[in-house]
Design a protein around this ligand. Sequence first.
Ligand code: SAM
Length: 248
Amino acid sequence: KAYLYIVATPIGNMGDITARAIDTLKKVDIIACEDTRTSGKLLSNFGIDTQTWAYHEHNSEVQTPKIIEMIQRGHSVALISDAGTPLISDPGYQLVQAAHAANVAVVPVVGASAAIAALSVAGLPSDKFSFVGFLPAKTHGRVKQLQEYAERSETLIFYEAPHRIVASLKDMAEVFGGNRPATLCRELTKTFETVKKSTLGDLVDFVEADNNQQKGEIVLVVGGNINDVNDDLNVYDPLLLRLLEDLS
Ligand code: SAM
């Protein structure tokens, strides 16, 4: 039987590829890649000479039915993106949706994703979180979207481009408040890996003061809004104390 495999690749450190990912990429008939040149380096690094097809947001409409047809004819296909887990701020949704519609089995070959790697080291509550991904590039749209998340109590995970990190941090400090805890996770698993937990206000200064912090790949993990809960406690505490006094 042929399958559509969704295969995670490393987010920087080549050692993070799994044995199963290598096996799968060797045995499938076609590897659909976001960028055949970028993935070519990864594949040659692991001695994988499987045929590659380009699959990205600009050709997904044409490629999706072709890939589904290949699988239906008995040829397995693996989807990879430039880094990390496909579909997570990366192409693939259309293909997986089409696979389900065509009754083609979809198999996850799990591995790295920058969002989960960042959450795992951020030192912020990890029991509930929302993955926001990339914010709009322009301030107006960005602030509007941030406002929608301002009252959320769960931890928020953002992807951000290095040339926008200062502007985004400033908007976040403005909308969420400079005291909101946040962790900057930069170049995870790579040579210049930085994990800095602080507040949004401090992170603005930290990143602005050092050009190196405005380079590479960045995940920003921001603590949720838990002020409301504290405010409620402040309101009810004296009341509870008086009630307790009355009861005793
Ligand atoms: N599919 C990928 C995943 O599973 O993480 C994400 C792809 S998205 C196009 C690229 C963004 O992911 C970067 O702009 C950055 O925000 C984040 N990212 C990827 N690799 C990273 C790394 N090594 N360190 C920090 N952030 C990373």
